[in-house]
Design a protein around this ligand. Sequence first.
Ligand code: URA
Ligand code: CA
Length: 441
Amino acid sequence: MRFVDTIEKKADGGVLSKQEIDDMISGYVSGEIPDYQMSSMMMAILQRGMNDVEATELTRAMMHSGDVVDLSDLPGVKVDKHSTGGVGDTTTLVVAPLVAACGGTVAKMSGRGLGHTGGTLDKLESIPGTNIEQSMENFKRIVRENGVCVIGQTGNLVPADKKMYALRDVTATVRSIPLIASSIMSKKLASGADCIVLDVKTGSGAFMRTKEEAFELAQLMTNIGKLAGRKVRAVVTDMNQPLGMAVGNALEVREAVQVLSGEVPETDPLYEVCMILGSQLLQMAELAGDDAQARKMLREKIDDRSGLRKLQNMFRLMGGDESYVCVERMDELVQVKKHVAVEALSDGYVSSMNAEEIGTAAQMLGAGRAKKEDPVDPAVGLVMKVRCGYQVKKGDMLCDLYVNDDSHLEEVVNLLHQAIHVTPELGETEPMVYGIVTANN
Ligand code: URA
Ligand code: CA
């Protein structure tokens, strides 16, 4: 079949066969299928959709376009988590060591931050000496010794996604749910874990702006996981405000260390989302029988500091100075030239926030990058002093800015006033967690 006929089939609403999907991905990666044909196909997929089997075959074809990590020589059940990207989202640095302390094996590859969302690798590098580029051999050695290691991607994982994502970005096809699901799941499946929990964010700071889209994406990704023979669950969580209070690299590591040290109350949203994600992993890995038991185990690993020790050991084994990784010393890593308070301009209630703008404000202070090549300043960012629903008086601090370079300061302060809405009446606040999704096929 010529590829033009396959495009026509999808444009007419047809269902692509495994063979057609395999030929499409191998042809596109080899260069035989040109960008203009692939972009037409992506648009047809955006408009016509894909059923679960097609999306699974697409995921599988993409996964096999490059290296596939084999973790079968590591002991225990291999677990992984993925977040679709948020602001103040430090769950990996809490969940990974806690689940390892409970007996799970966490061999995880993470990414860098881009735009308004932070990346785990940038956070890890805020601990001096930490080398996130480890060989596969070293990575596995650390996991064997410590039960948990988080590194940058090694090898050539899913080259099809790199090429397709770049094309989607310039052809208005990023938002296709089957294309997003196959992009995320191909990378997760190629990373080798048996059990995967997905944190699908929805709201002003997220990729999926509506709950309906977030649930649709969550359902498709869990279905793909099941068809591909893995255990996958998704949690749909709120991103209408930053998850944690801290937005910035060392600032977020400090907050993770605070959670792992028992210094963050159980009512805190970051704490709660970490518990839900950790609980799902422990249940999938059959290390806990139910949610109550899983939460009890996770809490014990906070109380006895064994989760914190896993994180400290991980940094040490990656060359980092673990002596910073404690509440007593993290403050040294967030020393900045000055602090600036963003204050409420009127009395009222924090009725809503724009999490994307808050992430952008932190990025403009130097915590994130606009382009892949940009450096980040680990110490800078902001710490929120309010959450949605809080009552404030004029002059109360809404957030505390950590500033080294004040060249965009005025713009940053204006952006934050725009992002944090203080109104006379208390609005409706969103729950932190909307639901847990499991495969339905
Ligand atoms: N994240 C991904 O990895 N891929 C997408 O397509 C969207 C978000
Ligand atoms: Ca004041």
